[in-house]
Design a protein around this ligand. Structure first.
Ligand code: UDP
Length: 316
């Protein structure tokens, strides 16, 4: 019998890529997604699609899955600041539901946590041994703290029921299929969109805050290895790059690579925007024999080409 994978949030950017990987490996896929942060259904027709919030998908408790991946989340700061309670729901009630499904199925449970669990870190690149610096009641807490809580919940299932739990913390993954319009406000698609349309690139604050970005193919590779590596049961892993870049340099690089005449404007800083973030992925390198293969420039080039082509195709 073929294996089956349940993916919450499978209609989103990361979900769509892991679906492709699963189908390539002849694994059947069920997606549960309420389309709250995506525009329309985009999963392939051979995928079973359940359109509802995972919190309400009780019927899945009676089904049997080999892998349960909880990706459903609202990871964009611009979005979760507007929807704090719904952001929390997918992390607490949603995670609980997915864990119960995994427990009853004896499945491997993979939780897509976030580098945001580190808040505004004092140690960069950040290893998993650093426990973070998060304001428990600040504007970003609806995301950061509920993600931290989800990790605690997953570990509680592991301790109480022996559920096979694996927790990854992706660092700013980007690439084709990321939502490209202004709704989400993630920096790479937004800057590329602004550069291609000749609009000013909106750098929040002085632009000296840093991030490290990971191209989606490297994320898929790490996630697949994480799901299948027997020694990775129970692990918590950073999945990211240590190639740290300031937001202002990212803006300049995108202007150069697109050949755009756009200018840079400074907009008010985001409240509690972490000042620095880059991954120490030594643990994933060792445990999964994985490392990022795609440089920032290469990934940006591919994402620019994709967005350019999409704009050409969608021109009215
Ligand atoms: N950012 C920016 N201009 C934008 C969108 C984002 O300067 O139009 C900055 C943001 O302040 C942050 C970084 O880019 O420092 C990454 O933001 P994003 O929302 O992509 O992800 P985060 O890492 O903050 O979750």
């Amino acid at each position: 019998m073929t294996e089956r994978m349940l993916i919450s949030g499978g209609n989103g950017f990361l979900g769509s890529h892991i679906i492709d990987k699963a189908l390539d490996n002849s694994i059947g896929v069920t997606v549960v997604d309420d389309l709250s942060t995506s525009k329309e259904r985009q999963v392939p027709k051979e995928v079973e699609f359940i359109r509802k919030p995972i919190e309400e998908a009780k019927e899945l408790l009676d089904r049997k899955f080999d892998f349960v991946l909880h990706l459903a989340a609202r990871p964009s700061p611009d979005d979760y600041l507007r929807n704090p309670l719904r952001t929390i729901d997918s992390n607490d009630i949603g995670t609980r539901m997915m864990l119960d499904i995994a427990r009853l199925s004896c499945a491997t449970f993979l939780y897509t946590s976030t580098s945001e669990v580190y808040g505004d870190p004092a140690v960069v690149p950040i290893p998993e041994s650093y426990f973070g610096n998060v304001n428990p009641n600040g504007v970003r807490s609806c995301y950061d703290e509920s993600k931290r809580f989800s990790e605690a919940l997953a570990k509680a299932f592991e301790r109480a029921y022996g559920t096979d739990v694996r927790i990854e913390r992706p660092f700013n993954v980007f690439g084709p299929r990321i939502r490209e319009d202004g709704f989400y406000g993630r920096v790479i698609p937004r800057f590329i969109d602004q550069a291609l349309s000749g609009q000013p690139l909106t750098v929040h604050g002085n632009g000296r805050q840093t991030r490290s970005y990971l191209f989606y193919t490297d994320w898929v590779d790490a996630t697949w290895k994480f799901l299948h590596e027997p020694d990775a049961k129970g692990a918590v892993l950073n999945i990211g790059s240590n190639e740290e870049i300031t937001v202002i340099d990212l803006a300049k690089r995108i202007i150069r690579m697109t050949g755009s005449a756009s200018e840079i404007v400074h907009t008010p800083p985001r409240e509690e925007d972490p000042k620095r973030r880059a991954a120490d992925s030594a643990k994933a390198r060792e445990l999964l024999r994985w490392k990022p293969e795609v440089s920032l420039d290469e990934g940006l080039g591919k994402t620019i080409d994709w967005l350019r082509e999409k704009r050409e195709r969608c021109r009215p």
